[in-house]
Ligand binder design. Sequence first.
Ligand code: HEM
Length: 485
Amino acid sequence: MKVILSNEELLFQVQNYYVIIVTVFSLGVAFFLSKSWGRKAEIPGRLGLPFIGETLSFFSATNSTKGCYNFVKVRRLRYGKWFKTRILGKIHMFVPSTEGAKMIFTSDFANFNKGYVKSMADAVGKNSLLCVPHESHKRIRRLLSDPFSMNSLSKFVKTFDKMLSERLNKLQESGKSFSILDFSMKLTFDAMCNMLMSVTDDSLLGQIEKDCTAVSDAMLSFPFMIPGTRYYRGIKARRRLMETFRGMIAKRRSGEESFEDFLQSMLEKDSCPTNEKLSDSEIMDNLLTLIIAGQTTTAAAMMWSVKFLHDNREAQQKLREEQLAMIKDKADGAALTLEDVSSMSYGLKVVKETLRMSNVLLWYPRVALNDCTIDGFEIKKGWHVNIDAAYIHYDPALYKDPEQFNPSRFEEMQKSYSFIPFGSGPRTCLGMNMAKVTMLIFLHRLTSGYLWTVDDPDLSLEKKSHIPRLRSGCPITLKPLNKSK
Ligand code: HEM
C-alpha cells in the first residue's frame, strides 16, 4: 500500500528528521567538548617497568662527567618542558616554572612535603630539620634561627676573614697550584666548626670532617647495614660524631668548658620550658645537619665564583675596583666588618649570578600530599614534584642570554620565584645569610689581594655527586696584586 504524503506532511517529516539529526549532532559535539575541556593535560614521559622505571639511566647520568642534571636535559629534549619518569619506584616530575615553584613553596607542609628517605633520617638523625614533621619543624627552626641572623654574623665575619687571609697568603707564598674546591671545603668546614662549637684542634677537626663526609655519603644510599657499604660506614661515623658531641655538651654543662658559640647559646636555654629549648638529641642532630648542609654547598659556590670570574675578566675587574675602593682608607690587612660586607653591592651581584649559574642545588624535592594540578597538569597524591631551580635559572624568558655570566643583570628587579638558589617558604635555607657573607669575604680577599690563573680548563663534572662541581677541583695559582693606592 502506497502512502501518499501531502506537501505539508512531507515538510513536517523532513523538519522532524532535521531536528533529530541536529539534536544528535549537537549532543555528540557537546559530549566531545565536555570531555576534552574537563580533561587535564597528560604528562608525557616513560615510566618503564614497575619499580625500576628509568632508575638505571638516572644512575648512569649521575655516574657520568656531564652530571646528574643531564638526565633531565635529555628528557626535556625528548618530551618537552614537562615530563614524567620513574626512579626507584617513585614517579617524578621536574617543575619548570615560577608559577609551579610558587604553588609548591607557598603550600609546603600543607599540600607538599619533603620525600621521606630512610637513609637520610638514619644518617642525619630523626630530629634533624631535614626530617622532622611539620609541628616540630617550626619549633626547631625558630630555636636554631637566632645564631644565623645578620647580627650574630659579626663575630663570624672576623674569624672567617682572619682564617681566609692567612691561608691565601700562605698559598700565594708557596707559588704552587692548588685545588680551590679542596681549599674551600676545608676552609668552610673549619670556619663552621669554629662558629658552631669552637672546635679548632686540627686532629679533632680532621676526625669530625671525615665522619661528616661518611654521613653525607650515606644520606642517599641503600639502607642496608652490611659492612663495606656507604650506609654502614655512614651509620658508624654518625655514632662516633654523636659521642663527640655528647662529650662536648657534658663538659660545658659541668662548667669544665665554656665558649661563646652556637652550642653554648643552645645550652643556655637549659632552664627554659620544654617548648622553648631543644633536647640534647635535637641539638646534636642539628649540629650535624648544619655542618653537612652548609659545607659542600658554600664550598662549591666559592669554586664556581673563581671559575666564572676567571672566564669573565670584565666582571672580575669591576669587582676588584669595588673592593679596592672600599678599603682604600683602611690600614693594610685591616679586618673586615659586617658593615663592609653589607656595602659590597657589585660583590652581592657577583654572588647572585654565581648562584644562578652554578645551581649548587639543582632541584628541591617534594611529594604531593593530595591530588592537585600544577601548570594545568594533573598530579596524583604521592608523586614526586621536584622544583627545577636549574631550569628556572636558565630560562631565557626570565634571563636574557642565560649562559652569559652577567652580574649586572641583578640591577633589575627579578620576577617572583625566578631566583631561588636558597629555596623559599618555610624551608628557605637557614644558612642563607651566612653563605652570602662567606662568599663575599672570600671574593673580597681574592680580588683585592690577588690575580689568579685557572690551571686546568677541563669542564667535566665530578661523578656521583648531586652537587655540580668541577672534576678537577678547579686548580689555580695565585699571584700578588700590585696595588698602587
Ligand atoms: C651557597 C650556599 C648554600 C646554598 C646554595 C643553600 C641552598 C639551600 C636550599 C635551596 C635549601 C632549601 C631546600 C629545599 O627547599 O628543599 C636549603 C636548606 C637548608 N640550608 Fe642551605 N644553602 C647554602 C648554605 C647553607 C649554610 C651555610 C647552612 C648552615 C650553616 C645551610 C643550612 C641549611 C639548612 C639547615 C636547611 C634546611 C632548612 C629547613 O628545612 O628548614 N645552608 N639550603
